[in-house]
Design a protein around this ligand. Sequence first.
Ligand code: AMP
Ligand code: FE
Ligand code: FE
Ligand code: ZN
Length: 289
Amino acid sequence: MNSRPSGRFADLHLHTFFSDGTFGPEELVEQAVRQELDVVALTDHDTVEGCQPTASACHDAGIEFITGTELTAEQEGHEIHILGYCVDAQQPRLLKEIGKFQVVRQNRIREMVQRLNEVNIPLQADQVFALANCRAPGRPHVARALVQAGLVGSLDEAFERFLKKNRPAWVPKFKMSAAEAIQLIHEAGGVAVMAHPGLNRSDEVIPGMVDEGLDGIECFHTKHSHPMSEHYLQIAERFGLLVTGGSDCHGLSKGRPLIGSVKLAYEHVEKLKAKAAERRVAVQRQFTA
Ligand code: AMP
Ligand code: FE
Ligand code: FE
Ligand code: ZN
């Protein structure tokens, strides 16, 4: 008997090697097929470069694709990740703004490496850039470069000893405000969703972000317990927010890909797409007014 629940399912939080994931678009989509997903969204950090090739791979595999990105923002002193779905990946202002944050990321890599050198860890920025080979490098790339160079035994060790907040090589990242991130996503015709709220433990920022135009909240995430998901479903209900979910797969995690470990019911994808369609009409009206 087939134990798979009936219906169509989505994983709306995925990364590729265009940011800090390890899969390329084709490999990601192959995994999506294996997981019997009907819809995937790509949400690489501060880039939309992977969307076109992933859309094309999805097309070939008969899977629905949703364009996305994950922006790092700040709200009342908390780091908040904001997912932008159904954005126009060609919109000039979106591309210009994420371009600025790509430069911020590249400079931050140099600073992290310098701090590592100050504690006698002889890593070079070029080793990180060569390994990352993308415009939006981040701490996972530094961690992988440290492992590759034999300077730490594992990615966990790299984060625990050096890269976590307040560790020797931790460098705060210049961030846009949540309001700016939401506005940027809206202007690009997209839908703004608070990522993995359970990892932030900062529910008090949610009402303010709703006032600033937040459209949805990621209730289902690999690191959300069942009660946590229930808690955020209630918050979504209370504030009239869209519900999303995704695995936040960055490639293999302890030998297995996370993709498909969260399966979002298709009804939520329909609501997300309806909201995006409304937003696109509003954006077009603004330009023709
Ligand atoms: P960054 O955007 O450069 O600050 O890096 C954040 C990314 O690092 C997150 O999206 C995760 O992919 C990863 N990350 C953060 N903390 C950890 C951790 N403790 N262990 C492994 N990966 C982590
Ligand atoms: Fe990441
Ligand atoms: Fe995130
Ligand atoms: Zn993510």
